[in-house]
Design a protein around this ligand. Structure first.
Ligand code: NIG
Length: 387
């Protein structure tokens, strides 16, 4: 079956071999999709089994959201309201969601994650990473990963999210549980392992232990780093060869140098909707990009620090407050996310790519920033299927 998106006014390919400028743009073309794959970029009017008329609008690669916590129960709206009245964000709020999630049935969690995944898709997100982290027992983390695996192949164990109440004052014992029994139980259900390196969560040695044990089992690693203050996270992520150091809100010169020189090309993944929701300062992405590091943007959709699936909102914040150009932000939300997930096939619209695209209700991708807060994703195509 061939699907044609016809009459595209502006197509972002993200490939300078297939179009102009840093986004590889083409004008007045049709995108031909065969099955799950992009087959060709043709002049308008080409035939196909199914036809979408883009009517001169802009088509972009689907967003690659490399950092989310979609599996949870409960609501933390009150915590957000208190923050807007001046209360600080604290890692301990995670335990509120842990209690609600432990008490939820698997069917309830599945319904919640499916609804949030659908919401993300409506916002143009066609590839997504989903973490556990609100179970914190061997059985609950396993259960959360199985629920996440129903929606994505990029599942991440985040047992080292916060110390659970039954281990209060015994963080090292909990780390030992993760490194042994828990990883043994869940290794077949996750592609990645993550840890929260922050005061109030886990220190550098504890995170190193978890990620080293994960790597020894052949799992990929990523790290929550420098979210709430300066700390060892970013440099630890580089030292361990993590795929990604996420948040990067507080960066020293040495952190930026380490990212730029990282032998494994550890991606600096910015989560600006989190800085919005927690009233943290925005990171200076300009310095990181100018130093030569690879950057990504992700939503960090979760009930505590960033309850949004709008990548457009993240792009707008990155341009408005992080000194990124619109083109840099677009790339960070597509090929940047693909780099953070080590899936280089994602984030482009060229022959042979997975057919993941968003038709915008706008003549240009620039409207994602120019018209903030508007639902500009008219239609999402995921692996060749109109979603
Ligand atoms: O990435 N920082 C740790 N984890 C999430 C927050 C989770 C929560 O507050 O529930 C984050 O911001």
């Amino acid at each position: 079956m061939t699907l044609v998106i016809d009459n595209i006014g502006l197509l972002v390919t993200n490939s300078d071999e297939h179009g102009d400028g840093v986004l590889g743009v083409r004008r007045d073309v049709a995108l031909v999709i065969h099955g799950e794959t992009v087959q060709a970029i043709e002049p308008c009017g080409v035939a196909g089994d199914t036809r979408i008329d883009a009517a001169g609008r802009c088509v972009i690669p689907g967003f690659v959201d490399s950092h989310t916590h979609l599996v949870f129960a409960g609501d933390r709206g009150d915590e957000f309201v208190a923050r807007m009245a001046g209360a600080p964000y604290q890692a301990g709020g995670i335990l509120t969601t842990v209690a609600a999630t432990r008490g939820a049935s698997t069917a309830e969690l599945q319904r919640g994650v499916a609804a949030r995944r659908a919401e993300a898709r409506r916002n143009g997100i066609t590839s997504i990473e989903i973490k556990s982290g609100y179970g914190l027992t061997v059985d609950d983390e396993h259960r959360l990963l199985e629920v996440a695996a129903g929606e994505t192949a990029d599942t991440t164990l985040l047992a080292a999210h916060v110390v659970p109440p039954e281990f209060a004052g015994r963080a090292d014992d909990y780390v030992e549980l993760i490194c042994g029994e828990m990883l043994d139980a869940v290794a077949g259900t996750c592609r990645w392992v993550d840890a929260f390196c922050e005061q109030g969560a886990f220190d550098a040695d504890q995170c190193r232990a978890v990620l080293t044990a994960a790597a020894a089992r052949g799992l990929g690693t990523r790290l929550h780093a420098n979210q709430l203050g300066h700390g060892p996270g970013v440099q630890l992520a580089v030292e361990l060869g993590c795929a990604s150091a996420d948040h990067c809100t507080y960066l020293s010169d040495a952190d930026i140098e380490a990212l730029a020189a990282s032998p494994n090309r550890t991606v600096a993944t910015f989560l600006p909707a989190t800085d919005f929701s927690t009233r943290q300062p925005y990171p200076d992405a300009r310095r990181v990009i100018d130093a030569g590091a690879t950057v990504a943007l992700a939503t960090n959709c979760n009930p505590g620090s960033s309850y949004t699936s709008s990548m457009a909102f993240c792009i707008a914040l990155a341009v408005r407050d992080m000194r990124m150009t619109i083109e840099e932000a677009m790339r960070a939300a597509t090929v940047g996310g693909a780099a953070a997930l080590q899936r280089p096939e994602l984030g482009r619209l060229v022959p042979g790519s997975p057919a993941d695209a968003a038709v915008l209700d706008a003549p240009s991708y620039t409207h994602l920033v120019y018209r903030p807060g508007m639902q500009l994703v008219a239609l999402t195509v995921e692996r060749g299927v109109i979603a």
